[in-house]
Design a protein around this ligand. Structure first.
Ligand SMILES: NC(=O)c1ccc[n+]([C@@H]2O[C@H](COP(=O)([O-])OP(=O)(O)OC[C@H]3O[C@@H](n4cnc5c(N)ncnc54)[C@H](OP(=O)(O)O)[C@@H]3O)[C@@H](O)[C@H]2O)c1
Length: 357
């Protein structure tokens, strides 16, 4: 069977990356691409690297144009998806790259986003530990999927094994992320001009204001499900200091996350927590002891690479994780989730190889 697909937000970064990956997917036909201010223009004017799709023209983003496909991807600014998702009830599979369907708590939504709250969908991070299992099980047969925030899934994948195994204290997590500006989208913003970011490292959303914080707390609370030692299921028990820093690389996230070692946890138990969590996973890989990843190793790839260190002097576990924000952080996660939801081979159209240098 060939699935017909519509991609909204097709002139943007996330939509463009969804299209780039889908273009090599044998089971889909990209039939429709939509945008907003750029509707009516050729896709190639906005995504000139997508040569195989150069014949497509951007249409308006309306429920009528998106309806009638087997699969619809929404890659719109947060707060915009909800107006379309309500009207796409007949579409068998809808995958939202935005935040509108990620959070289970309206209180958290109101505090960090505001505007209309929409029901949570199946979270598109298959490898995440959830209630003693994996999120993958919740994606099989799913008809509505919320792809993750790129920083959120990077940090959640980094620390979920330690939280689930009870070998770290989740009430004192600190994470600092070097992030490329493509994470903020393609629309013009003065603080993201080349002249502002080239040759400079620019922190933003300092002091607990970044919108991905509740998403991480939600994911880590789910990881510490009933089967765990810590038994923490309330996001209130997950406290996180989160500081992103924009650095001059177009794409990529390097997250350095630390948390105190739980009393009595041995080095072997700590390493085992991460090894067993990701044993057999294709796209989330723990590097050998002593190795830490670089963003170049994951660019263009659907891979999250983790380096784990145990700093006994500081009494903290340190996890360094590299992700391509546009692939494993968004479009790759969306397509991996699509594959699982439809019962296709999970790895179809996704690579584990980066493009370094
Ligand atoms: N960038 C990332 O690394 C990343 C990672 C994870 C998740 N996401 C999420 O993916 C979504 C898209 O992000 P992005 O980085 O691709 O943003 P972007 O580059 O700014 O693209 C936004 C897209 O949405 C369209 N659009 C804007 N306002 C719209 C409206 N009112 N109705 C319909 N379409 C509208 C734009 O069309 P025009 O160009 O025609 O105006 C454009 O195609 C966001 O929710 C973001 O949080 C992004």
């Amino acid at each position: 069977m060939t699935y017909s697909v519509a991609v909204s937000g097709a002139s943007g970064y996330a939509g463009g990356e969804i299209l780039r990956l889908l273009a090599s997917h044998p089971d889909v036909e990209i039939r429709t691409v939509t945008a907003h201010s750029n509707a009516g223009q050729k896709l190639s004017e906005h995504q000139p690297h997508l040569r195989s799709l150069a014949h497509l023209t951007l249409q308006d983003t309306t429920p009528e144009i998106l309806a009638g496909h087997d699969i619809v991807f929404l890659a719109l600014p947060h707060g915009q998806s909800g107006q379309y998702t309500d009207a796409l009830g007949d579409v068998p599979l809808v995958i939202d790259a935005g935040a509108d369907h990620r959070l289970t708590s309206q209180t958290a939504w109101d505090a960090f986003y505001g505007g209309a709250f929409h029901e949570p969908w199946s979270y598109g991070v298959p490898e995440l530990l959830v209630d003693g299992g994996k999120q993958r099980e919740h994606l099989r047969g799913a008809t509505r999927v919320a792809a993750p925030g790129c920083n959120a899934s990077t940090v959640s994948l980094s620390l979920a094994p330690g939280v689930a195994a009870g070998v770290i204290d989740p009430s004192d997590i600190v994470t600092v992320l070097a992030v490329g500006p493509s994470g903020a989208g393609k629309s013009l913003k003065p603080h993201l001009l080349g002249s502002e970011i080239l040759g400079s490292a620019n922190p933003y959303a300092v002091g607990g204001t970044h919108r991905h914080i509740p998403e991480i707390r939600q994911a880590l609370a789910a990881a510490s499900g009933p089967s765990t030692v810590s038994g923490i299921v309330d996001p209130e028990g997950i406290r996180i200091s989160f500081t992103p820093v924009i650095v001059p690389m177009a794409r990529g996230i390097l997250a350095t996350s630390t948390a105190p070692i739980a009393p009595g946890a041995t080095d072997a138990q700590i390493r085992e927590a991460w090894e067993s969590a990701y044993d057999g996973e294709t796209f989330v890989q723990l590097l050998p002891e002593g190795s830490v990843p670089r963003t170049a190793d994951v660019l263009g790839a659907n891979t999250a690479l983790l380096g784990l260190a145990i700093d006994r002097a500081a009494n903290r576990v340190v996890v360094v994780t590299a992700v391509d924000n546009l692939v494993k952080g968004t479009a790759g996660a969306a397509i991996q989730s699509m594959n699982i939801a439809l019962g296709l081979t999970e790895t179809t159209a996704l690579t584990i190889n980066g493009v370094a240098p």
